[in-house]
Write a protein that binds this ligand. Structure first.
Ligand SMILES: Cc1cc2nc3c(=O)[nH]c(=O)nc-3n(C[C@H](O)[C@H](O)[C@H](O)COP(=O)(O)OP(=O)(O)OC[C@H]3O[C@@H](n4cnc5c(N)ncnc54)[C@H](O)[C@@H]3O)c2cc1C
Length: 367
């Protein structure tokens, strides 16, 4: 089917993929989501139509990532008539699709389910003409010549005058089977996001760095007892953060302990954790109603070349708003932001990146 599309000549909307290939895609999706998704199997929907356009065509803005940052960038770019092409990756909707209630996104006084919120984001940019490429993660961005070339994992090439990197970050997890199953039911990787849901409950925080100290201290606003579980007695946390946590009477300490299992009731609510002493392998049951994993995040920047300046963890370095070290490439959201890591800040950066890309395209006389 061919549909006229302003500025693009013609855009071919292909029919859905044949069942065999769809299953392949779903397998891929399951592999990606299974360690994360918990109860969100309903999000494993078959891919929709795939957009295609003449290979010689150069899009104004390619956006990599479909979390709050990517969709917001797409909303602004499409409303500016720039007809962006958005690569959703293997987690359409981003990190919020693996959580339940989101209570701190403005505009939803009664809260909203994470997956529902991200569906609304997508609908809003679709309304203004954003084109989506589903289930084809970008494997390479070649910036050696302009226009830039983006290559998907299946080898398709796309040309773009400018690029917005919005690949987000992933929380590092302990790797326990039940950890992902209970995510949103008492297991969390974000105290800022979920702390208020644990009012008057006793929780454990796993980790020994600044994030663990900060999350534990924050959680004492709601929880009468917060236990920091750390596998050593040496902490990576900065002295000031450690001291602040040590001075907090609501924080207890379990050093030389690792969480090896999570206990829960038949409603999947967490009731305790099993701790192991790595020195002698002894185990103990430890009662709690929640577990926060605070062992760090990993930005999804591994596939980018060395021309993109990053910090030691892999977060993109940006200047003057959202500019990366490569002219014409901008970054938005958790992919460059280890400090806030919130949906609303990611969306804000997405807006900024789209506006900066738009101004850059105008200055370069490209759009
Ligand atoms: C369990 C949980 C609960 C949370 N709860 C809250 C909350 O209540 N409130 C709040 O404000 N924040 C919450 N957060 C944090 C919030 O989800 C993130 O800050 C926000 O999603 C970051 O948005 P983003 O657009 O930068 O990236 P993400 O949401 O991480 O999206 C990244 C996108 O990039 C895509 N991608 C990655 N690599 C590629 C590639 N190579 N090619 C193409 N696409 C790619 C992925 O498919 C995904 O679509 C929570 C996070 C988690 C994990």
């Amino acid at each position: 089917m061919l549909e006229p599309h302003r500025g693009l000549g013609a855009v071919a909307v292909l029919p859905p993929r044949p069942a065999g290939t769809e299953e392949g895609f779903l397998d891929l999706r399951r592999q990606f989501l299974s360690p994360l998704a918990g109860g969100f199997a309903h999000f494993l929907r078959p891919p929709g139509p795939v957009l295609e356009y003449p290979a010689s065509m150069v899009v104004n803005i390619a956006i990599i990532g479909s979390g709050p940052a990517g969709y917001t960038a797409a909303l602004y770019a499409s409303r500016a008539g720039l007809e962006p092409l958005l690569f959703e990756g293997l987690q359409p909707g981003g990190q919020l699709t693996i959580t339940t209630e989101v209570e701190n996104y403005p505009g939803f006084p009664d809260g909203v389910q994470g997956p529902e919120l991200m569906d609304l984001f997508k609908k809003q940019c679709a309304r203004f003409g954003t084109r989506f490429v589903e289930f084809q993660p970008i494997a390479k961005v070649d910036t050696s010549s302009r226009p830039f070339t983006l290559t998907t994992t299946s080898g398709d090439e796309h040309k773009a005058h400018s690029v917005i990197l919005a690949m987000g970050a992933r929380a590092k997890l302990l790797g326990l089977e039940k950890e992902t199953e209970l995510m949103g039911y008492g297991v969390s990787a974000c105290a800022t996001c979920d702390g208020a849901l644990f009012k008057d409950r006793e929780v454990v925080v796993v980790g020994g760095g600044d994030t663990a100290m900060e999350e534990a201290t924050f959680l004492t606003r709601f929880c009468p007892k917060v236990t920091i579980v750390h596998r050593r007695d040496y902490f990576r946390a900065s002295p000031i953060m450690l001291e602040r946590a040590r001075a907090n009477a609501a924080i207890e300490w379990k050093e030389f302990r690792s969480v090896v299992d999570i206990q829960h009731d038949d409603k999947k609510q967490v009731t305790g954790v099993v701790l192991e002493d790595p020195r002698d392998g002894s185990k103990e049951d430890y009662s709690c109603q929640g577990m926060f994993v605070a062992i760090g995040h990993q930005p999804n920047t591994e596939f980018l070349g060395e021309e993109f300046d990053r910090d030691e963890v892999g977060y993109l370095k940006i200047e003057g708003g959202t500019r990366t070290s490569v002219e014409g490439v901008f970054a938005a959201g958790d992919v460059h932001d280890p400090a806030y890591r919130q949906a609303v800040t990611a969306a804000g950066y997405g807006c900024a990146a789209a506006l900066e890309a738009q101004r850059w395209l105008e200055a370069e006389d490209l759009a």
